[in-house]
Ligand binder design. Structure first.
Ligand SMILES: [Zn+2]
Length: 266
């Protein structure tokens, strides 16, 4: 599932390719991904508008349009944005005035497209916690406060802090040498500082390498992100820890597969 680095990668690629381009037609192959308004209105209101700006908030992509409306794109599990596209696997394609098309692919049809007046009013946006890059370490410590939730479950909670999903939570905790099962309030000051730094490091590095293509995520160009080669624990059950040569374990935590090294992470 795409997390902050993957969606940020897409945003940066779109910044370079589709700003100020005009949409001249919308071809809907499967309307299930269009959440609002109805298909006919969605198509009509997207014709002959220019894409002014791309915004990312959490895992949501927002296209600001010349019509003052916003096209929001949530990739969920298997959503992909491909440019220039070929409409082969597309659910919805946007044809631009230069003849090129933007494809929205989504094999499992769980993605969400919306054409709305105000993206800030979306319920899940209003509930999003700050992104790690929007706060300092003091604020991070304050947020952790007296929370007894297991640290990995807490940093994955988008209402607590947004943008860190299962993969990057596991990688940041390994780098900070913290056992994912520990209650947040039992972390020392030093550990909190280290964890905050490693969350930002992992996200920054992942953006630099175009994200992690561990499932269906690809960049706008269709190429894979290459951060997976730096993964220390994620999806490495039974393999040797690069640091201590012990075995990486996988447990279930808060309903999610959690990878960690029991020797390195205490
Ligand atoms: Zn280890």
């Amino acid at each position: 599932m795409p997390e902050l680095p993957e969606v940020e990668t897409i945003k940066r690629e779109l910044d370079k390719t589709i700003i100020n381009k005009k949409i001249v037609d919308v071809i809907v192959y499967n309307s299930k991904v269009i959440k609002e308004p109805k298909k006919e209105k969605f198509i009509k209101e997207l014709k002959n508008v220019k894409i002014k700006k791309i915004i990312r908030k959490g895992k949501l992509l927002i296209l600001e349009l010349s019509s003052k409306k916003f096209l929001t794109i949530h990739l969920r599990m298997t959503g992909q944005i491909i440019f220039p596209g070929n409409a082969k696997k597309s659910r919805v394609s946007f044809k631009l005035s230069n003849g090129k098309i933007i494809d929205f692919n989504d094999s499992r049809l769980l993605g969400e497209l919306r054409l709305i007046d105000n993206w800030q009013d979306l319920k899940f946006i209003r509930e999003l916690g700050p992104e790690p890059f929007e706060i300092d370490v003091k604020k991070f410590k304050e947020l952790l406060g007296k929370r007894k939730t297991k640290i990995k479950v807490l940093i994955m909670d988008q209402k607590f802090i947004s943008g860190v999903g299962n993969l990057y939570a596991a990688e940041a905790l390994f780098r900070a040498k913290i056992d994912p099962r520990r209650p947040a309030n039992k972390l020392s000051d030093k550990e909190k500082e280290l964890l905050f730094r490693e969350i930002k490091n992992v996200l920054t590095q992942a953006i630099k390498y175009g994200g992690s293509s561990v499932d269906s995520y690809v960049k706008v160009s269709g190429e894979k992100g290459t951060y997976a080669k730096f993964h220390q624990v994620y999806d490495r059950k039974g393999e040797k820890c690069y640091k201590c040569k012990g075995k990486i374990e996988r447990i279930s935590l808060g309903g999610r597969g959690t990878y960690f090294c029991p020797k390195c992470q205490r």
